[in-house]
Design a protein around this ligand. Sequence first.
Ligand code: UGA
Length: 406
Amino acid sequence: MKIGIVGLGYVGLVTAAVLADQGHYVAGVDIDENKVKGLNCNRLPIYEPGLDELIAKNRDRLHFTNRYDEVSEVELAFITVSTPTINGRINLDYVFLAAKSLRIIPKDSVIVVKSTVVPGTSRKVREISEREVVSNPEFLKEGSAIQDTLKPDRIVIGSESKEAGDLVEELWRFTGSPIFRTTLEEAEMIKYAANSFLALKISFINEIANLCEKLPGCDAKVVAKVIGMDKRISPYFLDLGLGWGGSCFPKDTQAFVSFAKDMGERLRTVEAAIEVNSERAVRAVNLLKGLMGSLMGRRVCVLGVAFKPNTDDTRESMAIKVIKKLLEEGAVVMAYDPKARTDLVNMLPSKEECIREAEGVVVATEWGEFYGIEDLLKNKYVVDGRRVLRKELMDGRYFRAIGLGY
Ligand code: UGA
């Protein structure tokens, strides 16, 4: 098929690369000229494992452009633009602009909304574009985006027109994943409910972690592991720590809460999950203050700045919030991350150097290379914000971990 993809962020680029790899011809449009120029010189705007190889391999079926007229022949056009939350509400300007611009595609072509949008949006896209619309929410995670696209747990296809839905179902059949046909609104709702539930699960275990910290001999990690053995709870997304960040959960939970209020309902559990999450960074810094006393003028190394491992993304990163809080406390902060960068503090080229230069250390992102560094941390004040360190190898006088009673 000839496919257009509007918006070349994480979702757009990964979708483009995977569909090109399936033999489709894919034209990707983005308004950011530098991004398109870079992509045409094989320079990716993001780090995502395996993506550069997949794009390079399918280069002759992939075309990146700033011009909508270059997608005027497509049979399917995906909308994968960003949907930022501004002042707590979703902003749909990019989605509606894309819908308007896609009026140039053939009348019988189908628009697929993949951006995360509040219920009712796909229907508006249909009105604006005057084309049939399918809602096909995305569930990929940064860091494992290609794998998640090739083999998602499920695929949701919301449509009013059976033919339009069939076309999109055909496109994803190669994944072998279960496909659910729904209404447009159900598909949009499923995406928010899924992200909000995962955020809620993490905030729940983080509150258990707060409580365990008050109980010597009680480790919330053990509690999480054992409650996760109950199939009804499941072990996933029960990793306690600094909480959730990134470009999705924070904006989606807020947008969902506002959307509910507009509909005259409250999402109190989601509101509580947001509140619990907003305190994580401060709590971690308080643990360090508990060990070191005042942080004024003291040197502190933060290990990790990305919002999670295997990405260079620092949007809404808890590590950045920890850094900001440490700076507010007057600490001299330095950081190390294998991929991500921040201008807020001095970034050192290795974890060894970063640790050596500091008196206190906070582990803020659970990169693989931070496991097994207990020896490097001898004689330092250490806060493990992501539970990567083996507590039995740490000296309790100088060590605190999220969720670990002391
Ligand atoms: C999330 C969802 O997991 C995807 O299904 C969804 O498609 C995506 O948002 C989206 O809406 O586009 P992502 O933001 O890439 O994906 O990251 P996650 O792996 O979900 O992690 C989110 C945050 O939760 C990270 O800061 C991570 O450190 C934190 N987390 C995750 C925990 O603190 N504990 C856990 O057990 C799991």
